[in-house]
Design a protein around this ligand. Structure first.
Ligand code: ARG
Length: 356
């Protein structure tokens, strides 16, 4: 801040200059409001109030308080203006960044598809250990009585999509919570559940229409590490054999333990004709399903991954939800790839329930 009490008013600067020349005085001048308008300073110390009317004749010319204010505040005001402007600029850029997150779906910060080809190891049975926080920002864990049961995918600030079979005999929203972040414990965010919508056509123990929507009781604000995935158009087709990524906290081996850190694995989409072959699923694959994995086995989703995402990036590296982990014959067995709920089939159903 400008020190108004000690700023030199230009009207007196000149006079003081003259005074110094005439008398050889080496003092500097400061303008002091109180108790008198002028004071000299030598060696940086105030000598006192100048009362000599011979030198400071023009006492009556004491600048009006308005002048003083204007003079003093000129610089203050400039400074304040600059400060306000930079704060505004900062805010706008932040808002722009955030609104990009609101507007865009399927963004992964500082990630590319490169890492995808590398992770072609085995399954979530065979996956790459632990994605880091923010790697898969749409992934949620659905927990019943605080125990991880299923995966889910964030599709808006308040809605998750998951599998219907996750809620088989556990339909009370009050007992469910959703957590976000790469670790189950501790999660980076937790939300209670307000509503569970199970597809009307889903009939346990069949796997057809295995989709559910979960509404959070409080919205989540998107950040770079928590935000929504893109939903494909109903008409969108995904070519077979393209790579897609599955993520989840499911078992690392069939009947194996549940990891604390989110796992990821790369799988390939398998066309339904192949998947319906006798040695594979022998006609069990309906138009609501999609197979992904490897006929040779080794990489797959497993128990606990259900409801979680199967995603694939488009050319702009925005990630789309292609499938929802649904079922399989054990995990990662040859000729028994993972079976996923086909999201394009349910795109309009999702809109009808959520307006998304
Ligand atoms: N139904 C399992 C669950 O509730 C997921 C099955 C996925 N299995 C597979 N082999 N892809 O978690």
């Amino acid at each position: 801040m400008v020190d108004c009490k000690h700023a030199i008013h230009p009207a007196y600067q000149e006079e003081h200059q003259a005074h110094k020349q005439n008398t050889g005085d080496t003092s500097t001048i400061g303008y002091k409001y109180e108790p008198e308008p002028f004071a000299f300073r030598r060696d940086n110390s105030w000598l006192g109030v100048v009362l000599d009317p011979k030198i400071w004749r023009r006492k009556e010319q004491k600048p009006s308080s308005m002048t003083v204010l204007l003079f003093c505040f000129q610089s203050t005001v400039l400074l304040l203006l600059l400060l306000t402007m930079s704060v505004l600029l900062l805010r706008t850029s932040r808002a722009l960044g955030l609104s990009a997150l609101q507007r865009f779906c399927g963004l992964r910060q500082n990630r590319s598809v490169k890492s995808m080809a590398k992770s072609t190891s085995l399954r979530i049975v065979g996956g790459l250990s632990s994605a880091e926080t923010g790697d898969w920002p749409w992934q949620a864990s659905l927990q019943y009585n605080n125990i991880h049961r299923c995966g889910a995918t964030l599709i808006s600030n308040t809605w998750l999509v998951s599998a219907a079979h996750c809620f088989r005999d556990m339909k009370h929203p009050q007992k469910w919570t959703a957590t976000f972040g790469a670790l189950l414990k501790p999660p980076s965010l937790k939300r209670s559940v307000k509503t569970i919508i199970i597809h009307e056509e889903y009939r346990y123990p069949e796997h057809d229409y295995d989709i559910a929507l979960v509404q959070l009781s409080q919205r989540v604000e998107f950040t770079s590490s928590i935000h929504r995935v893109c939903l494909p158009e109903p008409s969108q087709t995904f070519p077979y054999n393209i790579h897609a990524v599955i993520t989840g906290w499911g078992a690392l081996t069939n009947d194996g333990p549940t990891p604390n850190a989110l796992q990821e694995a790369t799988v390939k989409l398998i066309d339904s004709n192949t998947c319906n072959r006798e040695e594979v699923y022998d006609g069990d694959i309906t138009p609501r399903m999609l197979c992904a994995g490897y006929l040779e086995g080794g990489v797959d989703a497993c128990q606990g991954d259900s409801g979680g995402p199967l995603v694939t990036p488009d050319a702009r590296l925005m990630w789309y939800l292609v499938g929802i982990v649904s079922w399989g014959d054990e995990c990662a067995k040859p000729n028994k790839p993972g079976v996923y709920t086909r999201v394009t089939y349910f795109r309009d159903w999702i809109t009808s329930k959520t307006d998304i």
